[in-house]
Ligand binder design. Sequence first.
Ligand SMILES: Nc1ncnc2c1ncn2[C@@H]1O[C@H](COP(=O)(O)OP(=O)(O)OP(=O)(O)O)[C@@H](O)[C@H]1O
Length: 299
Amino acid sequence: MAQSYISIEGISRRFPAPEGGKATVFEDLWFSMNQGEFVCVIGHSGCGKTTVLNILAGLDEPTDGAVIIDGRGIEGPSLDRAVIFQSHGLLPWRSVMGNVAYAVSSKWRSWSRPKVEEHAARFIALVGLGGAETKRPAELSGGMRQRVGIARALSIEPKIMLMDEPFSALDALTRGTLQDEVRRICRDTGQTVFMITHDVDEAIYLADKIVLMTNGPDARIAEIVANPLPADRARNDVHKHPSYYPLRNHIIDFLVTRSKAFQSELDAPGKVWNRRAPPVVVPVSPGAIASPPPVAKAV
Ligand SMILES: Nc1ncnc2c1ncn2[C@@H]1O[C@H](COP(=O)(O)OP(=O)(O)OP(=O)(O)O)[C@@H](O)[C@H]1O
């Protein structure tokens, strides 16, 4: 059997609780990703999405369990894994060019200054910030800062892109353009993407798989939804696909109703829950052909 590229193996995270003891954010999560896959994670605030992302980034460690990437355990951050944070994480004393060029020169240490800046400028232009290279973060709007963070992450051409609501601070037009660009770049370069979002339509447009997490504390992966839309999808056409509304309704129903009830359903007598293999669901319209082939129940 082919080995997964990223394998999350039974990770838990507990923090000291204010009242003493430990608070469990999530317990015994199992999940894997193949190389080149685009995965979105959806779940209510506080279920531990950012904590999982920080563990994948090597910025935090699980209390139990392990994450294996390409056959090796994670040992801290790596330039093979770029992170786009909600809060930009820019160096305030550096210009737009300085922030992106710093990342580029960290990755390719032997490159000359002009080569670094030429490479950085391409990605600054890509996110629509050509002309703003000399500005410092304090001179930019929140959305512009977020675009610098996206340019910086894309510029180091990482194998894995970890994104925490990367488009949430952007206006609708810029968001759409950058979603298209990020999707195109990730597909062209075969990057593996783990992205947190609260935007169901964004997940439907971008993801191959959508991981649904139950509410915290003690959150778990409720389901993995395999996106039945064709991999080669166009933004303007996704809603015309016969499986679009079944997919959208399934996710919204989860967020509105099932994410809360899930825990008590699982605790019902006689319920057997295999944490190692959360159910894979392919929501399709009756009669539609699902892609990828249904590996589990279609609803
Ligand atoms: N360093 C920490 N110390 C104590 N508790 C923490 C720490 N980091 C996270 N938590 C707690 O873990 C829980 C999950 O936080 P996390 O940020 O991962 O959730 P999230 O699902 O990403 O939320 P959001 O959607 O609001 O960003 C929260 O209750 C948070 O208070």
